[in-house]
Design a protein around this ligand. Structure first.
Ligand code: AHM
Ligand code: MG
Length: 337
């Protein structure tokens, strides 16, 4: 390798955040500090996931969370790491985690101006098989008069100031976007211990013949969904059918969809009339990423996902997200009904 090929001017996440902060004259550095704490939690969670099989972290923790999901040992550790990082950075007033029944208010930081929502380890049913999982997060800026109650977070995704996810796969990949901004992807360099900007200004391809859905639920699907999926599998004369790709880890399915294009769907159905995925810390953060990357995200009522307001912190929704034209096809089929 010639020395001239080595990039000695890499953009780390730290540098990226510092440069972003400099663009905003009014910035206090609070958001940057919060992101540093987030980044640390991703590194720690990645570390434990990598070592899980070696240090007896596979399997169940022996408890279940509020929805009755069996909690994995790593679910508990990921949640504890995330909460500790958010609490200690001093910039977070209130936190909602998939693993906690109630919102957590950090009363030791009454002046903190941010609210955070997260699923610390999404897709954890895949963990013991070594399949990619991820952390999903969203950040809200609280109004001056916020009281630090969960009502501060029962807001539509349009109010998110930033969101993203980290996928713990062959490498840890962090995708970050800010309100009205671009989508940027960072890859963890384990030797440097830094997230490096490897995918600046990510754009989801306009269309791609890949669909990602749990087809095992098709018995319960509504007629428009059946018609839509059949139109992909049985195209008109001469058309080529779509490829199916479903990992069963939203973060991994979303990351692939972001890079390659296509559609990811978890529709509401007759068995789960409200869908499976959570509005606040799964659907809305992903919807912001896909919209900022030039794609679309809608719920099962064909409403823009970012405008859906949860009534309760753990509310669910159907979701369709991905390439602009692929999501448009779902909207078009529904218009006929
Ligand atoms: P979890 O939050 O309990 O891990 O569940 C969310 C996961 C998503 O990552 C994934 O898209 C979906 O559940 C898969 O569900 P299913 O097994 O029903 O296809
Ligand atoms: Mg989840």
């Amino acid at each position: 390798v010639g020395a001239e090929k080595i990039n000695t001017d890499i953009v780390t996440l730290t540098r990226f955040l510092t440069e972003e902060q400099a663009k905003h004259k009014e910035a206090t550095g609070d958001f940057t500090l919060l992101c540093h704490a987030l980044q640390f939690s991703f590194k720690s969670i990645a570390y434990y996931i990598r070592r899980a099989t070696l240090i007896n972290l596979t399997g169940l923790a022996g408890s279940s969370n509020m929805t009755g999901d069996d909690q994995k040992k790593l679910d508990v550790i990921g949640n504890d790491i995330f909460i500790a990082a958010m609490k200690s950075c001093g910039r977070v007033r209130i936190l909602v985690s998939e693993e906690e029944d109630e919102a957590i208010t950090f009363s030791e930081h009454p002046a903190a101006r941010y609210g955070v929502v997260c699923d610390p380890i999404d897709g954890s049913s895949n963990l013991d098989a070594g399949v990619s999982v991820g952390t999903i997060f969203g950040i809200f800026k609280l109004p001056e008069d916020a009281e630090g109650t969960k009502e501060d977070l029962l807001k539509p995704g349009t109010e998110l100031v930033a969101s993203g996810f980290t996928m713990y796969g062959a490498s840890a990949q962090l995708v970050l976007t800010m309100k009205g901004g671009t989508v940027n992807g960072f890859t963890m360099d384990n030797a440097l211990g830094e997230f490096i900007l490897t995918h600046p200004d990510m754009k989801v391809p306009k269309s791609r013949a890949i669909y990602s859905v749990n087809e095992g639920n098709s018995l319960y699907w509504t007629d428009p969904i059946k018609e839509y999926v059949n139109s992909l599998k049985y195209p008109e004369e001469g058309g080529k059918p779509y490829s199916a790709r479903y990992i069963g880890s939203m973060v991994a399915d979303a990351y692939r969809t972001l890079l390659y294009g296509g559609i990811f769907a978890y529709p509401a159905d007759k068995k789960s009339p409200k869908g499976k995925l959570r509005i606040l810390y799964e659907c809305a953060p992903m919807a912001l990423v896909f919209e900022n990357a030039g794609g679309q995200a809608v719920d099962s009522n064909m409403k823009r996902m970012l405008e859906v307001v949860p009534e309760h912190i753990h509310d669910r929704s159907g979701i369709f997200m991905g390439s602009y034209n692929e999501v448009q096809k779902v909207l078009d089929v529904h218009k006929k009904y």
